[in-house]
Design a protein around this ligand. Structure first.
Ligand SMILES: Cc1cc2nc3c(=O)[nH]c(=O)nc-3n(C[C@H](O)[C@H](O)[C@H](O)COP(=O)(O)O)c2cc1C
Length: 335
């Protein structure tokens, strides 16, 4: 399939694996890139720029296809040494960066000078337009249903994507709630040039996380996520667990007076325990509503091939079958 995104990034399929803390390691990123999508290493999971440089080298040993690095810009008081991380990306020869979190404006000159294509992930039309203005090459438009940080506007993709299409000139991918060929075709119909998936890629054989995490996603339904940290305007969509219940209890008690210190033990620091050791209650961890559409743990290649086959069938058979000149009505169930 050919879209503005496959052309821009030199990939076979318009499918991106979004940066994920303690999940986006070389194993997953290389598997996605080898399967024709765009794999992304999560920069800040590597505690130092030197470790990121090593992870990039490891990924390059596992794939000769393009892959990217995610740089999540955190609030200024906890800022890691971003210029050094960017140097590691540049020196590692990586040509694609997914930025997220705060506005990447101050780092754009360094990224552009290194010939890096920047896809900025954001949750609103106004932030997408800002990304376009500061020179980003593409946007990943993250709807309210997404795992991780959906922002504070609560606009789901059914509205957000066509609104982005109305306003943006640069290409964008749909992010949040994407799982299969239906997601991809719907995203394309709403004006996107591809899709970005997070949660779905965790439940794959190559995702370097404990099997408990994968099985929890298979078992979860679309009703099992919760929003935490609303009062801090740092909303995160997470899979419900004992830590989440405790955070929600504290949030109810504290109301508008909530401070990060009140919940810090539950929201920070234990990601590795969840992802590596499979201790599912160790802290709150990001998960999208799309868990309801995850029923198995395929290899990344099986997943991507299945998505592309389903998308092609939907377009060629189901959708064209609805046209007036297409002959007798085809079965209405998704092909
Ligand atoms: C476990 C997990 C960790 C994530 N960590 C990050 C991160 O560190 N930086 C980032 O930009 N996005 C992060 N995300 C968001 C994803 O890149 C992606 O935008 C999101 O998962 C899309 O929604 P979906 O889960 O419905 O596919 C994370 C998502 C998950 C599920």
């Amino acid at each position: 399939m050919k879209t503005a995104i496959t052309e821009m990034f030199g990939i076979r399929h318009p499918i991106i694996q979004g940066g994920m803390h303690f999940v986006g390691l070389a194993e997953l990123a290389s598997a996605v890139s080898n399967a024709g999508g765009l794999g992304i290493i999560t920069g800040l999971t590597q505690r130092t720029p030197e470790l990121l440089a090593r992870e990039i080298t490891r990924c390059r040993e596992m794939t000769d296809q393009p892959f990217g690095v995610n740089l999540t810009f955190l609030p200024a008081f906890s800022a890691p040494p971003y210029p050094e991380y960017i140097a590691a990306i540049r020196e590692g020869g990586v040509k694609i960066v997914e930025t997220a979190g705060r506005n990447p404006e101050q780092y754009m000159p360094a990224l552009k000078a290194a010939g890096i294509k920047v896809i900025h992930k954001c949750t609103s039309v106004r932030h997408s337009l800002k990304a376009e203005r500061i020179g980003c090459d593409a946007v990943s438009v993250d709807g309210f249903e997404c795992g991780g940080h959906p922002g504070e506007d609560d606009v789901p993709n059914m509205i957000l994507l066509p609104r982005a299409a109305e306003e943006l000139t640069i290409p964008f991918v749909a992010s949040g709630g994407m799982a299969d060929g239906r997601s991809l075709v719907a995203a394309l119909a709403m004006g996107a040039a591809g899709m970005n998936m997070g949660t779905r890629f965790i439940a794959t054989k190559e995702a370097p996380v404990h099997d408990n995490v994968k099985q929890a996603l298979v078992a979860a339904t679309e009703l099992d996520t919760r929003l935490v940290m609303r009062a801090l305007r740092n909303t995160e969509r997470v899979l419900r667990n004992a830590s989440v219940d405790r955070v929600l209890e504290i949030e109810r008690e504290k109301g508008g007076a909530l401070k990060i210190e009140d919940i810090r033990d539950h929201v920070a620091g234990a990601y590795a325990k969840v992802m590596r050791e499979g201790d599912l209650d160790a802290c709150v961890w990001s998960c999208g509503m799309v868990a309801g559409l995850i029923h198995d743990v395929p290899t990344v290649k099986e997943l991507i091939d299945r998505i592309m086959d389903e998308a092609e069938r939907l377009i060629r058979v189901r959708l064209t079958g609805f046209l007036d000149d297409a002959g007798p009505a085809k079965p209405t169930k998704a092909a």
